[in-house]
Design a protein around this ligand. Structure first.
Ligand SMILES: [Zn+2]
Length: 296
């Protein structure tokens, strides 16, 4: 079992421990459970979907990296596929707080990067902040997304975000987690560049058209891709680097071991991810950062 789960393992009931062990005991446990695994765990633990997600929160929160706040937030996103995706907050020393990742953003982006098409619910160990409520409103689940918290009744995003402003207030706007391919091309046989290009092609940037993606390679040679997730209210937008760091962290990787990073972004758009990407990666100890541009 990954070391990060050891400290909180005793918070899991013995029955659930037994049900989880076949999956979580592997060092490469991806911090997600497939629908089939979820069914098996529900059967042997006697928990329903809601109770299981709540019981998994300590494991999700154990993935948190919060050297500034020491406030460890965990989230479990449940896809319509039945898969469960862990998420946790992330803070970075040496860069502005705007680079911070919230647990809800982590679980949602985790699900998106693993190919989930729509979310049914999210379960969190603390009430979602205003930033996250707006971030969640970008999803194709809409305000019907179910939001669960410990010791609270089932509510929907509509309850947490009344009088909302969202992408549906604009016409013909694609929504976060909708399948999309922008069709950019680059002539390259560099795997990292190709991975970043694929991510840019699936990025969500309907307001600025600043499609971007990134690929990170760690010391072990593992590659993690991240896509830009733009928000209708602009500020809650999640940069591609943060998306890739979410996947890296949640998969058990170490964000301080990135050896090479490639950002691919649309050359003709109004905004650029480059400066923030380079400075955050430098703060994480990665000095080999490249930018490749694409054009429609
Ligand atoms: Zn938040």
């Amino acid at each position: 079992m990954q070391a990060r789960f050891n400290a909180i393992w005793s918070e899991i009931t013995p029955k659930l421990q037994e049900a989880l062990l076949p999956y979580i005991s592997h060092d490469d446990f991806p911090a997600m459970l497939t629908a089939k695994q979820v069914e098996s765990i529900k059967q042997s633990s006697g928990l329903n979907d809601h109770a299981l997600a709540l019981s998994l929160l300590p494991l999700a929160a154990a993935c948190s990296i919060a050297p500034i706040s020491r406030f460890y937030v965990g989230a479990i996103a449940r896809g319509e596929s039945g898969n469960l995706y862990f998420g946790a907050n992330m803070e970075f020393i040496g860069v502005p707080l705007q680079q911070t990742v919230h647990a809800e953003q982590s679980a949602i982006t985790h699900a998106w990067l693993r190919g989930e098409k729509k979310l049914a619910s999210i379960t969190i160990n603390y009430s979602p902040c205003g930033h996250c409520r707006q971030f969640m409103n970008e999803l194709n689940s809409g305000t019907q997304l179910e939001v669960y918290l410990p010791n609270r009744p089932k509510l929907t995003l509509a309850d947490y975000l009344p009088e909302s402003f969202g992408p549906r207030d604009l016409t013909d706007t694609p929504l976060l987690l909708d399948t999309i391919n922008h069709g950019y091309q680059l002539a390259t046989d560099d795997e990292l560049v190709q991975t970043a290009l694929d991510a840019a092609n699936r990025s969500h940037a309907p307001y600025s058209q600043s499609h971007s993606g990134i690929a990170l390679q760690d010391a072990q040679g593992k590659i993690y891709a991240g896509r830009y997730a733009e928000n209708v209210a602009f500020n809650p937008s999640l940069p591609p680097l943060q998306a890739a760091l979410i996947l890296m962290n949640i998969s058990g990787g170490n964000c301080h071991t990135i050896k090479r990073a490639v950002l691919v972004e649309n050359e003709s758009s109004h905004i650029s991810q480059w400066n923030a990407t380079e400075s955050t990666l430098t703060a994480l100890g990665c000095t080999k950062v490249e930018r490749h541009t694409i054009l429609k």
